[in-house]
Design a protein around this ligand. Structure first.
Ligand SMILES: Nc1ncnc2c1ncn2[C@@H]1O[C@H](COP(=O)(O)OP(=O)(O)OP(=O)(O)O)[C@@H](O)[C@H]1O
Ligand SMILES: [Mg+2]
Length: 583
């Protein structure tokens, strides 16, 4: 009920349109209700009573009713469709806006295909309810009430006898609803699964081909597809059982009318016209009763879909802004970690991290894969919240910051590069839509991307595919670096952003970056010592704990983990150099 109420909340935004549509509907039905009564007059007064002069007015009235009905019907459909499309538009926008605000952890837990199916199929389910269900429900309710009143008006006794079966029909419909609802729920879930499978397969098509797992993928899809088919067939069976039963039960009404009505006419208690009109109304009444199953179906669809949509709309972001968040025009870029511990759900990742990065300084972060480097830098822009301790930016806890103000000052090159299907320039501008072409080129030059971009057929206007298809790993990384640079942020975070480029290009990038790193707090995560050796402080992580820290020379003097790594990476080079010196 709550879900329907919420859907109605969207309809209520267009209440005048909806009310007009409903008024048209009421008018339409009233006109329909006139026709059987006209047939009563025709039979009783014209045919049997001999008032021939009434024939033409009755015909005109019947014709007039039909014409008006056509017109009203057109406007009614037009208005209902309009309202439903507007509601769908609002809902879709609300959903999309809400998805923008949800935290990383939400996306860790939800699959893309599943979300896509909620954005499409489930929203359509709700729209169907508004355009179909709601108008059909209203139409049939009005028919039901109107015809019942007319029947009672014509003859109470005959009405009660013919309608005695109705409570049974209602009971069957309610029972049907109970069986069909879970079946629909299952269908929706299964469709989401099917979507996810298809989406993952297409997104991962290169892995599938490379590992020659097409057969496995086809089988996986077939399985989901079969389940989908079975669940739909199952629902159809429930339907198939329901319809004949309703048909059979409504047949009783006709039997009662012919039997009891015929007898009443025979003994002269009612006129023949009454029975004829009764017959007309009865069919009008049976119609809504038959439609009950359909209406129940649409409503149960809407409830299932509505629940899935509103579930997302009700998911609060785990990252919430304070009611009166902090923001400042003067952003310095001091970053401090105070006894920070962090876990993903139950899985502790970082332990008691302390970092002091005054504005303009560079911090290098090293450590084995999985040691928690990315997790640390994710806390600065509050992509996740700390479990214990605090992260301060400019002396203010990031949880007190206005998120947009904080993040607008952070430029981040993520570890796995994501590019949009847009031009190269568009991708770089993503960091700062107001930047000029010159800014884009300058950023691309710093990222050592300019040369290869110029070699592309359309230069900066070359369109790259989804996720940057058409570029090499190193090229993508360099565009991502340019994207972060063009933002001109006070805090620059580079997560292993040169892992895919060769040593020489990396060296060139670092040389260029040094110039722009002045005045910015920079975090460099790297596996190569050469990337971090000039940092003001290097932090060495092991299993979420800082095990060594200091400047390059200090860490070398320590002869610990960093030194070991250094020796591994420089051994060959040193040997080469000492060989040359000997010669
Ligand atoms: N979204 C997540 N949900 C749960 N656990 C996660 C998530 N992301 C990372 N982890 C876990 O947290 C730990 C640290 O991951 P993190 O990405 O910080 O490592 P890293 O030091 O950046 O490694 P790499 O050098 O490979 O990038 C890993 O054990 C990983 O399994
Ligand atoms: Mg990482």
């Amino acid at each position: 009920m709550d879900i329907l109420k919420r859907i109605m909340g969207y309809v209520a935004r267009y209440k005048w349109k909806a009310i007009t549509a409903i008024s048209f509907l009421v008018l339409l039905i009233s006109l329909n209700l006139v026709t059987p009564y006209l047939t009563k007059i025709l039979v009783d007064d014209v045919i049997r009573g001999g008032k021939r002069n009434l024939l033409v007015p009755i015909l005109i009235a019947v014709f007039g009713c039909a014409a008006c009905r056509g017109l009203l019907s057109y406007f009614r459909s037009y208005l209902f469709e309009g309202v439903s499309q507007k509601c769908l538009y609002d809902l879709r926008n609300d959903m999309y806006t809400h998805l923008q605000g949800l935290s990383f952890s939400f996306y860790d837990d939800n699959r893309v295909g599943e979300l896509m199916s909620r954005m499409t199929g489930d929203l359509e389910g709700i729209r169907m309810f508004i355009v179909g269900g709601l108008s059909v429900l209203l139409e049939n309710a009005i028919y039901f009430i109107g015809t019942t009143i007319m029947l009672l008006y014509l003859n109470v006794e005959l009405a009660l006898v013919t309608l005695a079966i109705l409570p049974f029909i209602a009971w069957v419909a309610i029972k049907f609803n109970k069986t069909i609802r879970p079946a629909h729920s299952e269908i929706r879930e299964q469709q989401a699964n099917l979507n996810t499978t298809a989406q993952e397969n297409i997104a991962g098509v290169r892995v599938v081909r490379a590992f020659a797992r097409e057969d496995y993928e086809i089988e996986k899809f077939e399985k989901e597809n079969r389940l989908n088919q079975e669940k739909n067939v199952n629902a159809s069976f429930i339907w198939a059982k329901y319809f004949p039963l309703i048909e059979f039960l409504s047949g009783f009404c006709a039997v009662a009318l012919i039997g009891y009505g015929g007898w009443m006419v025979a003994i002269g208690r009612i006129t023949l016209g009454t029975v004829v009109a009764f017959n007309g109304y009865l069919w009008m009444l049976i119609m809504p009763v038959r439609m009950l199953g359909w209406i129940v179906n649409i409503i149960s669809h809407a409830i299932t879909s509505g629940k899935r949509v509103f579930d997302i709309l009700d998911t609060g972001s785990s990252i919430k802004e304070k009611s009166n968040p902090y923001s400042s025009d003067e952003f310095r870029g001091d970053v401090v970690f105070e006894n920070v511990s962090f876990r993903y759900k139950e899985n502790p990742i970082l332990f008691n991290i302390n970092i002091n990065a005054p504005a303009g300084k560079t911090i290098g972060i090293m450590g084995a894969t999985g040691s928690g480097k990315t997790s640390i830098i994710n806390l600065i822009g509050r992509l996740y919240d700390v479990t214990c301790g605090r992260v301060l930016v400019d002396g203010v806890d990031v949880r007190d910051w206005k998120l947009s103000a904080l993040r607008s000052q952070i430029g981040i090159v993520m570890q796995d590069t994501f590019l949009f299907s847009d031009t190269i320039e568009g991708n770089i501008l993503y960091g700062n839509p107001d930047a000029s072409r010159e800014d884009v080129i300058r950023a691309a030059k710093i990222a050592e991307a300019h040369d290869f971009i110029m070699e592309m057929p359309q230069g900066y206007d070359t369109i790259v595919g989804e996720r940057g298809v058409g570029l090499s790993g190193g090229q993508k990384q360099r565009i991502a670096i340019a994207r972060a640079i063009v933002k001109n942020p006070k805090i620059l975070i580079m997560d292993d952003c040169t892992s895919a480029v060769d040593m020489e290009t990396e060296y060139e990038i670092q040389k260029a970056l040094k110039k722009i790193m002045k005045g910015r707090t920079t975090f460099i995560i790297a596996h190569r010592v050469s990337s971090v050796k000039d940092a003001d402080e290097i932090i060495f992580l092991d299993n979420g704990r800082i095990v060594e820290r200091g400047k390059h020379e200090e860490l070398l003097a320590l002869r610990g983990r960093y030194y070991e790594l250094y020796m591994q990476q420089y051994k060959d080079l040193d040997e080469f150099q000492s060989d040359r010196q000997v010669m």
